[in-house]
Write a protein that binds this ligand. Structure first.
Ligand SMILES: Cc1cc2nc3c(=O)[nH]c(=O)nc-3n(C[C@H](O)[C@H](O)[C@H](O)COP(=O)(O)OP(=O)(O)OC[C@H]3O[C@@H](n4cnc5c(N)ncnc54)[C@H](O)[C@@H]3O)c2cc1C
Length: 430
């Protein structure tokens, strides 16, 4: 995140005009925000914006206007019931996992949880095989009977190719498991996902995917792996249910900036857009989601199946009932198709893009009274828990409190969270 210390003289940070903005203007929906005046305008109602709105309102009694240009809160984590009554994720599967007890405790104030450990299969050579690659993957694929970690280690070592200096994603995988597994599991998937060959991509892209010599087939190994019992959107609703928070949807920052009075700005949108693409566009990879509902109870054995083959255009299929535990005679799924155009999802990790971002970051550092936070404002891929942690740190800095005090333990419990306890699913963990 990029943050500037907030000066004592308020400004709106965007066009240099002061807090004394035009009054009496009513943006979209006749929402009377202009006359009220706010301590903070927060742009973006995803994790970054919503955590900061909650903290500033409930923890510091600030008046917050939270806006989003989408018609809903929750950012990319937004989920909703589709036309068939099945809970689905609009922007692809979001699985919550963290090693931060603090982040888990903070979010637990707004939701109950249901235990869920994510498992993924890859469709390779006509079979569904565990990914990350583990001992079961190679035993099944090659008809082996490796029974110990030592045997599996030796098997991988015999196939791994020595790479003197690991620079690219291809180097990472080939040096661990050799060329054949690389081609079966990684090359096609990566080429589809990024529109580039792994040999052109930074090592960071596949460094996230481990290879295992045991039979653990969980996708994540974090200490806390749970899904919000009633979905992410319900959790966001509880978080934002505070009299000091006003929410304005279908509202772009540019439409609202001059129509409301506010002292300080928190921006969680794309940093290059904020500065009118002065140095050019920061490249992103996008996705097209094709949502559908099948007239059958289940499609696949796990929530996500990857399709590494370049013969099929999609990269993966998600079946949501595995994530939510919902029981329903039909099942809703999403095919994901990577694309160059569309909403910005994945920053493209190449050195020239990091350099371009640094130029925007320098501009941000020189812009008083604006805090840039979240994945789009810092041009970095973050998991949800990382964004929550980042937002809590920003709140601590803005208010001069210690990060350990910033989560506000002991403040009022969100009223709907209490109500929610009464309707929590039996499987929900406390
Ligand atoms: C396909 C996919 C799958 C993912 N799966 C996982 C997962 O399984 N687990 C995990 O931990 N993380 C996952 N993530 C990452 C997760 O989505 C992010 O960590 C999280 O959404 C970041 O929150 P944010 O608030 O920074 O950004 P966002 O959620 O993107 O929120 C930013 C909001 O700002 C709004 N906005 C932007 N510009 C403007 C403007 N000018 N005016 C008004 N509003 C504006 C946008 O509409 C958006 O709603 C996934 C991401 C993707 C793309």
């Amino acid at each position: 995140m990029t943050e500037k210390p907030l000066a004592s003289t308020p400004a709106n940070g965007c066009n240099g005009s002061s807090r004394h903005l035009r009054t009496g203007v009513e943006p979209a929906g006749g929402f009377r925000v202009a006359r009220a005046g706010f301590d903070y305008l927060i742009v973006g109602a995803g994790f970054a914006g919503s955590v900061l709105a909650e903290r500033l309102a409930a923890g510091s009694n600030k008046r917050v206007l939270l806006i989003d240009r989408r018609p809903h809160i929750g950012g990319n984590a937004y989920d909703h019931y589709d036309d068939h009554g099945i809970l689905v994720h609009r922007y692809g599967p979001h699985i919550f996992h963290t090693n931060s007890a603090e982040v888990a405790a903070y979010l637990s104030r707004f939701t109950k949880w249901r235990p869920y450990e994510h498992r993924v299969r890859a469709f390779v050579d006509g079979r569904l095989l565990p990914i990350p690659i583990n001992r079961t993957t190679i035993n099944t694929l090659y008809g082996l009977d490796l029974s110990s970690e030592e045997e599996a280690r030796a098997w991988f070592a015999a196939r791994a190719e020595p790479v003197p200096r690991i620079r690219t994603s291809e180097d990472v995988v080939i040096s661990q498991v050799g060329r054949e597994l690389y081609e079966k599991f990684f090359r096609g998937y990566t080429r589809k996902q990024w529109g580039m060959d792994p040999s052109e991509l930074d090592k960071a892209v596949t460094a996230r995917v481990p290879t295992r010599t045991n039979t653990d087939d969980r996708y994540f190994t974090d200490s806390f792996q749970m899904m919000p019992a009633h979905g992410f959107t319900r959790m966001f609703e509880n978080m934002l249910d505070h009299p000091n928070i006003k929410i304005l949807l279908n509202a772009d920052f540019r439409e609202v900036a001059n129509a409301v009075r506010y002292d300080r700005l928190i921006f969680t949108g794309p940093i290059d857009e904020f500065f009118d693409y002065r140095f050019g566009k920061l490249p992103y990879r996008s996705l097209r989601f094709e949502h559908s509902t099948l007239d059958q109870e289940n499609l696949q054995p796990v929530a996500v199946v990857n399709y590494p083959s370049e013969a099929v255009p999609h990269t993966r299929i998600t079946e949501y009932k595995h994530l939510t535990g919902q029981v329903h005679p039909k099942t809703s799924i999403t095919h994901e198709y990577p694309s160059a155009d569309g909403d910005p999802y994945y920053p493209v990790p190449r050195p020239e893009n990091a350099e371009l971002y640094r130029k925007y970051q320098a501009l941000a550092d020189a812009t008083p009274n604006v805090v840039f936070v979240g994945r789009l404002a810092t041009y970095r891929y973050y998991n949800m828990d990382q964004v929550v942690g980042q937002a809590l740190s920003v709140y601590a800095r803005l208010t001069g409190t210690k990060r350990s005090h910033a989560v506000g333990d002991g403040e009022r419990a969100a009223p709907q969270a209490a109500g929610q306890a009464r309707v929590a699913a039996p499987a929900a963990a406390e």
